[in-house]
Ligand binder design. Sequence first.
Ligand SMILES: *[C@@H]1O[C@H](CO)[C@@H](O)[C@H](O)[C@H]1NC(C)=O
Ligand SMILES: *[C@@H]1O[C@H](CO)[C@@H](O)[C@H](O)[C@H]1NC(C)=O
Length: 286
Amino acid sequence: MEKYTTYRDKGTGISPFLPLNKPKVNVLLRLVGVVIGIVKLLALSIVGLLYPVVPLLSIKAVLFLLNVDVDISVDNIKKANKSLIQSNLPQKGDFVISNYQSPLDPLVLSLITNNRLKHIVWLIPDIEGNLYEYSLAGVVGHALSLPNLHAQKNGKKIQLSSIPESKTVYLFPEGTTSNNKSILPFVVTADTVSIPKLFKKFKVKAVSIKNENPYTTTPIPQPIASYLLTNLFARTSSYYRLKEFILDKDHTWPEIRDLLSNSGRLKLVGKDLSLEKKVEFIKKFR
Ligand SMILES: *[C@@H]1O[C@H](CO)[C@@H](O)[C@H](O)[C@H]1NC(C)=O
Ligand SMILES: *[C@@H]1O[C@H](CO)[C@@H](O)[C@H](O)[C@H]1NC(C)=O
């Protein structure tokens, strides 16, 4: 992988855009995988048809079929105090800042949100820090495609002031996905999104997401069909570790980025591994 050294972080040695290594699987297990995969593919088609009727249940079923296991904790709350954790999870009036590694991340976030699916607003910035609103499917698509530097294809440009307090807002300040190891530089700054201003309307939280499954993280673009097939047939599970931090209005963007690293479990890569660098990397990688 030496030809990609310019896309390696100088401080940590991490290549945030490089897909993770996939484990070797023997022939027999692969055969079992094919049989289970076909059954799951049928189940997934049924779940897909049911989505308009029971969206939340369908999301649950998709994550189940893709072997996703979610573990969530809240900073400063004991793991055993389940009710207190539950009451602090993202809800109506919350603005949540999160990192982003996989098209499954918005599905997992939908499930931990105590608000109706249609009241969740998904925001991804472009390279200038302008915010674009996406649908749930739009975020899934974004995680699977080449990042758009400027105008966002499937997003709608939006001002924060126009979002009602009844919503739960998710913002992905990196503007694109990376692999399981890093937090990319943020494209939003205090100039584009002011934390004290957010506090006038919302309770602000940060959620750090770590998922080490090389099949579900998508640092580089992948067609959705190939993504689904790989994950239905691969039989590796995704163990999602989520940690929520409750912020106060004095938190700065660099401090929030630090929190998302969850005490170094994810590494903060340098400014030169930007959105433009990722686009350049993808061209070379193909
Ligand atoms: C959970 O935390 C709350 C608030 O600190 C406390 O009142 C409650 O007793 C705790 N419950 C458990 C099961 O520890
Ligand atoms: C994900 O990152 C951690 C380091 O933070 C590493 O130990 C682990 O091997 C990575 N997972 C994969 C599948 O590479």
